[in-house]
Design a protein around this ligand. Sequence first.
Ligand code: UFG
Length: 322
Amino acid sequence: MNVLIIGGAGYIGSHVTREFLDIGHNCTVYDNLSSGLRENLFADAKFIHGDIHDYPLLLDVLKTSSFSAVVHLAASKAAGESMTNPAKYSRNNISGTINIINAVCEANVKNIVFSSSAAVYGEPQYLPIDENHPTNPENFYGFTKLEIERLLEWYDKLKGMRFASLRYFNAAGYDVKGRIKGLEQNPANLLPIIMETAVGLRKEMQIFGNDYDTNDGTCIRDYIHVSDLACGHAKALDYIDKNNKSIKINLGSENGFSVTEVLESARKITGKPIPAKITERRSGDPAKLTASCSLAQKLLSWKAVHSDIDTLIKTSWEAYQK
Ligand code: UFG
């Protein structure tokens, strides 16, 4: 398939591009390199330096090559920041995505794979969270993702556009074959912060609260290896294309690890002390989040295979040691 990967130079985007190339898709990466990195580009994919807000360029790119699908991963993704700077998230995640959807429509591209998030669910009412769980985002980031899901449903009905909305849980790790060279800049997520502390870029990290209702008092999350996520994108695209049907689907590991468990494993694997201090809770953090992925297993025959805690940490550590 001929695929345009928007945001393909980013952390998840570069892993998705590598996976698509590996299985024989013809890939073009479209990225403004605001957080994506040149070193994440591959020689076997074309590259267009472009912005999602540039509608004429997007349309021109989509019209001049006959793409069968667009994968859209270009978004701002720090949930905490979205609460203090909603304008940035409205612009990048809503306006930018509307541009893409309209260009996709105008160029008659049939399929779109959209990076959604488990943040669309908000505070869990039951665990593990399946796709029927009510959607009630706690942060503005989750709201932007949910708005786009709603928009996509309308374009599916009105324009016959088929979409796969992939509700990621906590993406982590690096390519199991070590082929991604760029490290995320200014990360806000737990694992890269642990790694930056392990290599000495940070003196100390913070554990946001140890008084939650969990075994050790720290929050439990479902960490999904980015190589597993990438594979989920390929399978989801295949599904919507073959079945001419849109889907909204969870991608997680179905396992939960606490902050302390992740940190202890990282200390063991890296052999580094990784100093950490307990601080106040971070606002908007639910105590536990775990995914049910039975729908992905049923429809896509997809299951996480690299998302055990050792592989998550080892692949990250290999990337950070370079
Ligand atoms: N944490 C720390 N210290 C840190 C960073 C994080 O203790 O320095 C804790 C958080 O409080 C949380 C856990 O580690 O309990 C994971 O936090 P992250 O910031 O890594 O991830 P979140 O669970 O907040 O959110 C992530 C993505 C979102 C996505 C969500 C889906 O960043 O975009 O997973 O589950 F929506």
